[in-house]
Design a protein around this ligand. Structure first.
Ligand SMILES: [Cu+2]
Length: 776
């Protein structure tokens, strides 16, 4: 059942050529001509919106009033960059969305980035960094500002597939007619949605109350002039206050008592967690892939607390710094300030463009595998169960780092701290740094010293270089033997949404030395090494650094060698485990369409059943065909197939709409075992909790009891801190341990956002679960 995707993916990958995309050939984009943008700090709001009913300032002020808006940005070479690099590139600006302070509204014609102080310049992709302190609450009024100059709503930049289980603000057309209210459902309408765009913001990795977590059905529309009659302005669970004390969903939406501003939500983050690197992005049901691809994402850093320091062999240690500080200068357009910065968050994303600079995202399933239908909702009753627009994965041909393509950064011969984030939709990245010789070949490798992961410091600094990840003892030198990674081609491997807090030491490199960050994960779904690396001419390159001693500052002499660092990491979670859950990752094939696969991998439909056929596999086989796949990816549990002798174990895939099955009580500590029954790796993200990876275990999927194979494998040295996203390899059980300490409704999901959007996400509830929750 899972072999189909191998054939499909094999058809479009495995070449040393750019992956297909828009009309802009990525090989025509000059590399390393734009500077790395250093995201400045998000300024707190100086004014609060006015309550439209009273005309008075709102009764509860937010520290930040952050809008999502549409504007243009020079991601490609040209525009403002020509004034910085003395070039004359003519690539167009890109229309996109991102976050910024509501009161700093960009003027029409604004093109990011711009020097700080320019009206609207706080709007940038990626968004400015929200700085937080451990245990100090942060309040944000998130505002949907996707409206035009006249206050009318802006439609989506990309084609929204209404046949997935999605937000559905139309409030109508649900395939499940019993659903009340009629949002957050699957429809049979194959046409792309062109109405106002729902948003809901999630701070990834936040230990946060459920109401402020950004539940996928907690979305809201902009307060636009022209919202069509009958549309819902909010999702089913805009606020969890809508769960009545009787434990039922109220069908009357209660106003968010703290927030009278239409088109927004008021969220409060307790930040009750150690210092770490989080990020914020959209999480709307069934359209996260499109909303995130359009741009809105930024870093959310937590500093201070008990676990934000390090020691050296003698006395306190000094980590590379500073990061940009609010009001201290412009890290991008003030060279004197810029050269002092030593701590930089870096988000790596793949994108494709059209010749006019616009973003490209696939508009049909046909783009993915050539499948020409029938699709859900095809006319004359000849439909199927394959979504017409959704692509099972999406890979792009251009690397965008902090919002510019293939940037270069002028660095001092000194130590830097980079907070790396894989912000790609589907792409895994395998990073390594090498001196780039003038002839284009790669020379010596410059290692990463990883000090932190998703959720704070690692217990030990880990030196990561190709083939090795060695935990250091802080004695000022490397051990005699490095610790090999499972495969010699593995380096700093990051699944989508994972973070790596690293130190890179450029000390001693001569002026003019170029250090290039390369990526050798595949231009295709990742299932483990070895694999075919990304196209070395495009997505195989990420960014580069050019050493210049004119950037040195006096403080550079004070930073501690990463070899001598002893990190103060949070102790392990030793709480008693009260429950172990066996969960599965599943891929689903069509129950209606039989296809034959052409030698080039294209599926050609040979038979379509008018309704789902429980014997699809056998019936397709009888005509020398296979069910079309994948149809969706699903999470679920394990059950027994009672129709077969011996009642062998099978994955029981569950839909977003199925009843909640994961319901820990408040304070429970649990082990979650993810059995990956698919052929691909999936980054599994749990909201609310900070988990520990306990290990991985091969198992035999064909065995009637999923018998384990060999020994349990320990987590990598880079996975020994707390995490919130874990790579679950195919054919393995990946085990995590977490304590569920806040009540309410959360989600766990795959962070390949194309999967997340089509059923690879499940609600879970901590504490006493309300009756009939959520609404099916
Ligand atoms: Cu997935």
């Amino acid at each position: 059942m899972m072999t189909m995707s191998l054939l499909i993916f094999g058809a479009t990958t495995g070449h040393t050529a750019p992956v297909p995309g828009g009309t802009l050939d990525p090989t025509t984009i000059p590399k390393y001509v734009q500077p790395l943008v250093i995201p400045p700090v998000m300024p707190p709001s100086s004014v609060q919106p006015t309550d439209p009913t009273t005309g008075q300032p709102t009764s509860v002020n937010a520290r930040y009033n952050i809008s999502v808006r549409q504007f243009r940005q020079q991601i490609l070479p040209g525009g403002i960059w020509n004034t910085v690099n003395d070039r004359n590139d003519q690539f167009g600006a890109t229309t996109l969305w991102s976050y910024g302070p509501d009161e700093d509204k960009p003027a029409p014609g604004y093109v990011a980035p711009a020097p700080l102080g320019t009206p609207g310049a706080t709007f940038n992709y990626p968004a400015f960094t929200v700085e937080n302190n451990s245990n100090a609450p942060t309040t944000v009024r998130w505002i949907n500002g996707l409206v035009d100059e006249q206050g009318n709503y802006l439609p989506h930049l990309f084609k929204v597939d209404q046949t997935l289980h999605w937000a559905n603000p139309t409030n109508a057309g649900c395939a499940n007619a019993a659903k009340i209210p009629q949002t957050d459902c699957r429809t049979s309408n194959p046409a792309p949605y062109t109405g106002p765009v729902p948003i809901v913001t999630h701070v990834h990795g936040a230990h946060v109350n459920a109401e402020s977590d950004g539940y996928p059905e907690a979305w809201w529309l902009p307060a636009a002039n022209n919202i069509p009659v009958g549309y819902a302005s909010r999702g089913t669970i805009y606020t969890q206050n809508d769960i009545t004390t009787a434990g039922n969903i109220s069908t009357v939406m209660t106003p968010n008592e703290f927030n009278p501003i239409p088109g927004s939500a008021f969220y409060s983050y307790e930040n009750t967690q150690p210092a770490t690197t989080l990020w914020y992005h959209d999480h709307s049901l069934g359209m996260t892939r499109l909303n995130v691809y359009a741009g809105p994402a930024g870093f959310w850093l937590i500093r201070g607390g008990a676990y934000d320091s390090a020691k050296a062999r003698r006395g306190p240690a000094v980590l590379p710094g500073p990061a940009p500080v609010l009001g201290a200068g412009d890290p991008n357009f003030d060279p004197a300030y810029r050269k002092t910065i030593r701590e930089i968050p870096i988000v790596i994303q793949d994108r494709s463009f059209n010749a006019d600079g616009s973003l490209f995202y696939p508009e049909s399933r046909q783009f993915f595998d050539g499948f020409a239908g029938p699709y859900v909702g095809d006319p004359q009753g000849q439909g199927s169960d394959i979504a017409p627009i959704w692509n099972p994965e999406a890979f792009f041909n251009t690397m965008v780092v902090n919002g510019t393509t293939w940037p270069e950064m002028s660095t001092a011969p000194a130590k830097y701290r980079f907070r790396l984030l894989n912000g790609c939709n589907s792409r895994f990245i395998n990073l390594a740094m090498f001196v780039a010789n003038p002839d284009g070949t790669l020379g010596a490798e410059i290692p990463f010293y990883q000090i932190g992961g998703d959720q704070g410091f690692l217990p030990r600094v880990v030196q990561v270089k190709t083939g090795f990840a060695t935990a250091l003892k802080g004695k000022g030198k490397l051990p005699g033997r490095l610790t090999p990674l499972p495969d010699p081609s593995q380096a700093l491997l990051m699944a989508p949404a994972e973070r790596a807090d690293v130190i890179v030491d450029f000390s001693g490199l001569p002026d003019g030395t170029v250090v290039r960050m390369i990526n050798t994960a595949p231009d295709a779904p990742f299932g483990g090494f070895p694999d075919i690396p990304a196209d070395p001419g495009t997505t195989g390159q990420v960014m580069q650094f050019r050493v210049n001693s004119a950037n040195l500052v006096a403080a550079d002499a004070l930073t501690t060698s990463p070899l001598a660092l002893r990190l103060k990491a949070e102790p392990k979670n030793r709480a008693k485990v009260v429950r172990k859950r066996r969960l599965t990752l599943n891929e689903e094939e069509s129950a209606q369409v039989c296809v034959r696969i052409l030698p080039d991998g294209t599926p050609v439909t040979v038979q379509t059943f008018p309704t789902p056929n429980p014997n699809i596999a056998a019936d397709c086989a009888a005509i020398n065909a296979v069910p079309q796949a994948p149809k969706a990816a699903l999470l679920g549990g394990i059950g027994k197939n009672r129709l077969l002798p011996g009642k062998p174990y099978v994955g029981i895939p569950m839909l977003w709409s199925d009843p909640i099955t994961e319901n820990p009580q408040v304070g429970d500590t649990e082990l979650w075992d993810f059995y990956n029954l698919t052929v691909d790796g999936h980054p599994i993200h749990m909201h609310l909790v900070r988990f520990q990876v306990k290990g991985r275990q091969l198992f035999n999927q064909a065995h009637p009891r999923f018998r384990k194979i060999g020994r349990k494998m320990k987590p990598l040295p880079t996975e020994r801190g707390y995490k919130d996203t874990v790579l679950a390899y195919p054919g393995e059980i990946t085990q995590v341990k977490a304590t569920f300490d806040l009540p309410g409704l959360y989600v766990w999901h795959c962070h390949i956002v194309e999967h997340e959007d089509n059923e690879m996400m499940r609600p879970y509830y901590v504490g006493a679960k309300p009756v009939g929750f959520p609404v099916p």
